[in-house]
Ligand binder design. Structure first.
Ligand SMILES: C[S@@+](CC[C@H](N)C(=O)[O-])C[C@H]1O[C@@H](n2cnc3c(N)ncnc32)[C@H](O)[C@@H]1O
Length: 293
């Protein structure tokens, strides 16, 4: 069990929900050490990219990978045998050279016996305009499982089919609808707006990920009452996604200010006051009438 010294329960479960949430101001080395083996169903996180953001000190790539590998090993220890780890990363940039972090971190997972199920491409519309290379408009999520007996349910994350009325035109099922009535598999390329200035979820954190990105992972890889962990929680986006769907959520961050915001957002969520972008909302397209909505 977590030590009370490190973990502070900040919110009791809302009425009708059994899952609690804890957002802690702590270094994840201490936080993870306080968690029991096999106690998490999903670890979902976006670690620092070692690019000199305000919350990280830039270090040689080898040291960064060593440090990440230690954190990953601890995450694997606390993961349930049927659990998943989703490591959301972009690029490290070294003297103008791009180093995709999913490539350099891949071995850290497989060395621990994890199996890659998908490399999800998260595509978004906004970012820096590069002059000496093409502007980067995607990052990735490495989805690993601990064993082959992992939890995965496609139905809650299906998206509308392109041709919902499509029917078999020959064979024994001729005339019957050929697609799944619940919609289609969302595939491994997800177009979801990133959290920039005009996004409803924007806080003062420089690189939040959108809640809807994590919702898909929570809904497909966990069951109600399971526990979701984010060891680099920032302003608590993963915890919000978990709590929205009746999962317990744990997270920590080393920056006090981010933890305060995470706790405030969680309180607002429970009060029904937190604005998050809806999972199925179409992306605004200024070239279409009404933005395509
Ligand atoms: C890319 S941001 C994550 C943002 C988060 N996904 C969100 O939506 O707010 C990485 C976070 O890791 C935190 N961090 C860096 N080193 C840490 C450590 N050793 N333990 C806990 N948090 C750490 C940083 O303060 C930063 O908020």
């Amino acid at each position: 069990m977590p030590t009370q010294h490190h973990l502070q329960t900040i919110l009791d479960p809302p009425e009708g929900k059994s899952a609690a949430v804890r957002a802690e101001h702590a270094d994840n080395r201490d936080f993870l050490a306080s968690l029991a083996d096999g106690s998490m169903q999903l670890v979902v996180t976006s670690p620092p990219y070692n690019i000199g953001k305000s919350y990280e000190s830039r270090q040689p790539l080898e040291r960064y990978v060593q440090h990440q590998s230690r954190t990953i090993a601890e995450c694997v220890r606390v993961l349930d045998d049927r659990g998943s780890i989703c490591w959301q990363v972009g690029n490290h940039v070294r003297h103008g050279e791009v180093v995709p972090l999913d490539i350099v971190l891949y071995d850290a997972f497989t060395a621990l016996g994890l199996k890659l199920r998908n490399r999800i491409v998260w595509h978004f519309g906004h970012g820096l305009h590069c002059r000496k290379r093409l502007s980067g408009r995607y990052e990735t999520i490495l989805w690993f499982t601990k064993t082959d007996r992992y939890v995965f349910d496609l139905d809650p994350i299906r998206v509308p089919s392109k041709y919902p009325g499509k029917k078999y035109f020959k064979g024994p099922n001729k005339g019957k609808k050929s697609g799944n009535a619940l919609g289609k598999n969302p595939s491994d390329v997800w177009s979801i707006p990133n959290v920039k200035a005009n996004h409803v979820e924007k806080t003062m954190h420089p690189c939040q990920f959108p809640v809807e990105l994590v919702e898909r992972l929570v809904l497909s890889m966990t069951e109600p009452g399971d526990t979701v962990l984010d060891p680099y929680m920032g302003v608590g986006s993963s915890l919000i996604a978990a709590r929205k769907h009746g999962r317990a959520a744990l997270g920590c961050d080393i920056v006090r200010e981010y933890v305060d915001i995470a706790q405030q957002r969680l309180r607002e969520l429970d009060a029904g006051m937190l604005r998050t972008r809806h999972m199925h909302k179409p992306i605004y397209d200024p070239s279409l009438p009404g933005g395509g909505h």
